[in-house]
Design a protein around this ligand. Structure first.
Ligand code: HBI
Ligand code: FE
Length: 289
């Protein structure tokens, strides 16, 4: 990971880290968001919530409905009332990307770090780093789901061992292919629940309607060995049968031997079906105009 730095120069992370302590938590300073920013949030929210109605999972929609964040940049202290009651999670504001160990420690303690800055007008469709729209709109609705809530805390607790064992990339792929880019098979067809998908207009439609892209059944060990893309739509997605599967298949897994077996081997390139492997087969979502 890159070292957190100051605002906006090449190779440095965006965001102001000067006020950040050891836990990287900063005040949200909600009063400093401008009317232009609130308007930009409203437009992003409107576009993505309309797409979510068609293509996102019921749990995402249920969570989004409880957050009441369509009017402008949301206040974390209000969301925390809803979250605290539902699953015991709390949001903390951070300047942007934070070091792995700090990130894991927050998650292990049911604190979700949310970036405080909002993307620029020229970046409505695409950006690499997480901003407040990605972090809040994408992640917070799912934190209201009890399975995701418990899974993420468990993921946070798993971080330390993965770092000690030099296997962080393997663990990080679990997060990537579920929390960020996960799909779920529902009675109403294929739906998206990953934050990276639901916060992106293009990928929301692509991930659940494209007839060509590779989709595989959820399989934690396969996921830990699958490379991913950070600057383009994913070349493969993993499909859950239910959010319960996140916990049921992961709590029983002994990560130590898995890390030892694969950490020094090259991962499977994204988008590759291996010999004898069967892709996920089920009902795609229909592309609506
Ligand atoms: N920091 N703010 C922020 N958001 C992330 O998603 C994040 C991070 N630091 C580390 C990190 N993700 C990942 O590298 C870990 O999940 C491995
Ligand atoms: Fe994210």
């Amino acid at each position: 990971m890159k070292k957190p730095g100051s605002a906006n120069s090449d190779n440095e992370l965006r965001g102001d880290y000067t006020a950040a302590g050891r836990d990287y938590v900063v005040p949200q300073d909600w009063d400093t968001y401008t009317p232009e920013m609130h308007d930009r949030w409203r437009r992003l929210h409107q576009r993505q919530s309309a797409l979510a109605e068609k293509y996102a999972s019921p749990q995402f929609l249920e969570g989004l409905g409880k957050l009441d964040c369509s009017y402008g940049v949301p206040r974390f202290e209000y969301a925390n009332l809803v979250l605290g009651n539902a699953t015991g999670w709390q949001l903390v504001a951070v300047p942007g990307f934070i070091p792995d160990a700090v990130f894991f420690d927050h998650l292990a303690n049911r604190r979700f770090p949310v970036t405080r800055w909002l993307r620029e007008e020229s970046e409505l469709d695409y950006l690499v780093e997480p901003d407040i729209f990605h972090d809040f709109f994408g992640h917070v609705p799912m934190l209201l789901d009890p399975h995701v809530a418990d899974f993420l805390a468990l993921y946070g607790k798993a971080g330390e061992r993965a770092m000690e064992m030099d296997a962080l990339p393997m663990l990080a792929r679990i997060y990537w292919y579920t929390i960020e880019f996960g799909l779920i098979d529902t009675r109403h067809g294929l739906k998206a629940f990953g934050a990276g998908i639901v916060s992106s207009a293009g990928e929301t439609v692509f991930s659940v309607t494209d007839p060509e892209v590779l989709r595989l059944n959820f399989d934690p060990v396969r996921i830990m060995n699958t490379a991913y893309k950070i600057d383009d739509f994913q070349a493969n997605y993993f499909v859950l049968d239910s959010l319960k599967q996140l916990l049921s298949e992961l709590v029983s897994l002994d990560f130590g031997p898995i890390y030892e077996t694969w950490r020094d081997k090259a991962p499977i390139p994204a988008g590759t079906l291996r010999d004898g492997e069967k892709p996920w087969q089920g009902q795609l979502a229909r592309k609506e105009s």
